[in-house]
Design a protein around this ligand. Sequence first.
Ligand code: HEC
Length: 257
Amino acid sequence: MTTASRSPMQSALLFAATAGLALGAAHCGDNDSTSTKGCPEGGSTSNAGAGGTGAGGASAGGAGGTGGEAGSKTVISSVEDKSVRFATFKADCQERGGFVQTHAVCSGNNACKGVSFNKFDFFLTEHTCSAMNTCGGMSCVVLPEDAGRTPEEMYETSCAGCHGLAENGFVLYMPPGTDLVQALADVQTKDREFIHSAIAFGISSRSSNGVAAANMPPSHKVLSRAEIERVTEYALELPMTAEEYGILGVNEEVTPE
Ligand code: HEC
């Protein structure tokens, strides 16, 4: 991690943390009223702060610290910064070991601790857990600390159940109708960040007839960013075959007994 020069986002957050500012950020409603499970800091007791933590939510625990008391969701700092743009936000997020999610409107979701930027009021808010994502703008979802897992271990526990055991090679699943030869070539040349982000947040999509597909679960509460990068390299180096995933009545039929 380089600290030679500080980006506007880091400066703003550092400023807010050292000054002990506790400006309330505008949040959407509580999108995570049922659970915060999986968040590294816990935080499952209450969502009371989600609708407007307001003053008092901040902890001057120092920039970069998690600052969260167990069992609570805490705004570490919240400060107006009109200079924030996607590229700087993304670079800072990467330094924090996170991935960016964007929110068109009040589309906060259940991602864990990180930083959110609200494009309507320009507030940059560092927070410890979910239900603090922003109301239109972008979030930096910070992933867990690196647990030092090897690619082999991670692949076996987090990937092999779907993509097949390493010794049998990696099975790349593609929607019915995909050119599989092309898909095998494409996955190797695809921007790695596209794949890392797909593993972090999972793959869900919608077909042309509007049916939703939830195909790969998110790993951002389990693996660190570096672990995702390591397991991706490992997976892409395995012998690979591509298969269309089956949808009954589309490319798969049942034969009545
Ligand atoms: C629950 C099953 C499941 C698990 C677990 C899973 N995947 Fe996937 N993965 C899928 C499916 C299904 C697709 C295809 C999704 C689609 O394109 O609609 C996919 C797609 C991919 C792709 C292609 C992405 C792209 O952009 O084309 C890669 C690479 C991948 N997975 C790697 C991994 C790795 C590495 C892990 C472990 C950390 C993992 N997957 C865990 C089911 C899974």
